[in-house]
Design a protein around this ligand. Structure first.
Ligand code: FEO
Ligand code: CA
Ligand code: CA
Length: 672
């Protein structure tokens, strides 16, 4: 079914791709073309003077620069590469087994009936695995044989979730989405927390575990940090500004060494709604917020991606103007205390947080990196004021309440400067609309604009290596970057395929004011010169990828990448999204290898390894949806009744289901 305005989306991920009708970060702060030249002449100088390995590998028309000597090469990847392609099911490298461990709708508690997609209720959904599983983390209870998994449920695809919708909902009117649908959607969002155990070689949920819990878009939470209890967080339902309900669009996240789970609220603006429809029949998205209008428009509130605001006043911006300020945060959840209230940490700023990956610095302070996943947005770093105390969970759970948030500027000489977002310093003053640190945190994007941070090509996962001081930035793509907006860290105009930047903290000090940076790979097909890809010369036709989104390190400290091309795969690469090993150092720097690929219309997002490296949990999100209209074998949008694939059940009575799989070696031992 074609959307009346031909946007043809309802899911937030695809909507994010298409989302361009609000002002983004300001004009390019340091545009160039000449800066690339500056960058390379600096390279030449470094070769001779600072002991940088002089090897430059030429490939795809660009130069892949070797890393400084001393960066250790990890254990080489050892698996036979999978063939790239796309079909209705998943595939993994030879010698590995894939076990579908849990699917949307599966019970999380004992005594529940099998899932019936034709009889969904909110009461049922809140006790079952939610929709569109994304980031996940494993918390060991008994090493690598038993643990608690936390998994985000980012958004919903009503067209393949509910019978009778008949395709993607008309996002202006949502005529077929009832209040009952909305209540199920709310219950299908959030986070699942549940115990898993490995028995007889197979991972299964433990339904009678005391840890099992569903957190939804309605669960009670609290908030701390500079914006807690601020007037802009107070609503009619919560005059304290301290009592919040729900978490939204939970994309990626992080895991703390004190055993808590961090979840990033990404495209929260899409959940805010107005009843007002313009003369063109489209729901309005500008002119709201009263004195907060500038903030609303910088964040894209309201974007009317779901119709919750029709039934819940708090999501209607004409009825409640501060509810939107209560989303867009990093939320901390204690998975081992099912009674605990999740906490939104406003000290980490408000944006479309992809994730929140943490490293403990040498001096004990904790450092979190977070990307703001939208075109031309920024990369942020939080440094805690306090220091980590092993074994003191109560103390450690306060570490994200106070600290310094900074935003990154990538300079042409290969330096990253971290610019602190502190009220009263530089331009962050009342004259520019900032009256407190709370304002700086609520309007992080506006503050970062004033500091002239570097506008990036959709920063998704920003992940520190566990020990060597390197930080990897996934830059998914940005097809809106114009030639005159190209800069050194975002070197391609109309960047359809994305790239990866790596930063180095000097002496592994993640709190330093300045890092160095480099481009690790520029994605896309290296055989097509106009793509301008940059890979290791040994890259195969199956190995190159596009749209790096999430990444994770395995037990050997090796980098793995999951991709999210959205609907572009069917026009761009003709490869399903996948999970790839990627060399980062020495001779294999920039060498990708395909390990797993998703069924048609799905992306691979959250992945994590058990501590022994023998199991990989992997989330397959939104099967049968993205790009299937342009897939020759199908050629239309999916519906509940007629989806492009019924993965993973392939049961004619069951729609496609987002699911988490567990991957192991058939002959035992570490993966790859
Ligand atoms: Fe939810 Fe940034 O992908
Ligand atoms: Ca993502
Ligand atoms: Ca990650």
């Amino acid at each position: 079914m074609t959307h009346p305005d031909d946007d043809g989306f309802s899911c937030t991920a695809e909507a994010a791709e298409a989302f361009d009708d609000i002002p983004r970060s300001g004009p390019a702060n340091d545009t160039i073309g000449a800066v690339i030249a500056r960058r390379f002449s600096r390279r030449e100088m470094l070769k001779g003077s600072l002991g940088v390995t002089a090897t430059t590998l030429l490939f795809g028309g660009a130069a892949l620069t070797a890393r400084p000597a001393g960066a250790a090469e990890a254990r080489p990847f050892d698996f036979a590469e999978l063939k790239a392609g796309v079909d209705e099911t998943h595939h993994v490298a030879e010698g590995y087994s894939v076990n579908v461990m849990i699917r949307w709708g599966d019970a999380l508690f004992p005594g529940m009936a099998p899932f019936d997609p034709n009889r969904q209720t909110a009461e049922e959904q809140v006790r079952r695995f939610g929709y569109n599983n994304d980031y996940m983390a494993y918390f060991p209870l008994d090493g690598s044989a038993r643990g608690v998994l936390c998994i985000n449920h980012e958004y919903v695809n009503p067209e393949v979730m509910f019978a009778g919708i008949g395709g993607r909902p008309d996002r202006n009117h949502f005529a077929k989405i009832t209040r009952e649908h909305v209540e199920v959607e709310i219950a299908a969002h959030g986070v699942s927390v549940f115990e898993v155990a490995l028995r007889d070689g197979t991972w299964r949920p433990v339904l009678d575990s005391r840890f099992n819990r569903r957190i939804t878009a309605a669960t009670e939470m609290t908030v701390d940090g500079p914006a807690a209890a601020h007037a802009r967080l107070k609503t009619a339902a919560d005059p304290t500004g301290l009592k919040l309900w729900g978490t939204l669009n939970n994309c990626a996240g992080g895991q703390t060494p004190w055993g808590t789970y961090l979840t990033g609220e990404e495209n929260f603006h899409g959940y805010f709604w107005t009843d007002k429809v313009g003369e063109n029949g489209r729901r309005l998205n500008r002119g709201f917020g009263g004195p907060q209008q500038k903030s609303y428009e910088r964040y894209g509130v309201p974007s009317n991606w779901v119709s919750w605001g029709r039934h819940h006043e708090r999501f209607n911006v004409e009825k409640e103007e501060n509810e939107c300020n209560r989303f867009g945060w990093i939320v901390e959840i204690d998975p081992l205390d099912p009674q605990s209230r999740p906490v939104k940490h406003t000290a980490l700023g408000r944006c479309s947080h992809e994730g929140a990956e943490m490293v403990v610095n040498g001096d004990g302070r904790v450092v979190i990196y977070t990307g703001d996943d939208a075109r031309f947005e920024y990369v942020y770093r939080f440094v805690s004021s306090g220091t980590y105390r092993p074994g003191d969970k109560a103390h450690n759970m306060r570490l994200l309440s106070e600290g310094m948030l900074s935003v990154a500027r990538f300079d042409g000489d290969g330096t990253v400067s971290w610019l602190p977002l502190v009220f009263g310093t530089g331009p962050l003053t009342p004259e520019n609309g900032f009256h407190s640190q709370a304002d700086v945190m609520i309007d992080t994007r506006l503050a970062a604009d004033l500091l002239k941070a570097t506008r990036m090509d959709r920063p998704e996962d920003v992940q520190p290596h566990p020990s060597n001081g390197t930080v990897y930035i996934m830059l998914t793509n940005n097809d809106r970057r114009k030639p005159e907006e190209v800069d050194k860290a975002n070197p391609r105009a109309q960047n359809a395929f994305g790239h990866i930047v790596d930063m180095r903290a000097p002496d592994s000090d993640h709190t330093a004011d300045k890092f160095t940076w480099d481009v690790l790979v520029k994605c896309g097909d290296p055989a097509i010169a106009s793509v301008g890809a940059l890979w290791n010369p040994a890259t195969s036709a199956d190995g190159w990828f596009a749209a790096p989104d999430n990444c994770t390190f395995d037990a050997d400290g090796r980098l793995w990448i999951s991709t999210d091309q959205g609907s572009a795969w069917s026009k761009g690469t003709n490869k399903a999204d996948g999970f790839y090993a990627l060399g980062t150092e020495g001779a294999t720097r920039g060498l990708p290898r395909l390990f797993f690929r998703a069924p048609v219309g799905a992306e691979v997002c959250g992945t994590c390894f058990t501590p022994d490296g023998e199991t990989l949990f992997l989330a397959v999100q939104h099967p049968a949806t993205d790009g299937v209209r342009d897939w020759k074998q199908f050629g239309k949008e999916s519906s509940f009744e007629d989806p492009a694939t019924r993965w993973p059940d392939f049961d004619p009575a069951m729609p496609p289901r987002p699911s988490v799989v567990a991957i192991r070696r058939k002959d035992g031992g570490r993966i790859a």
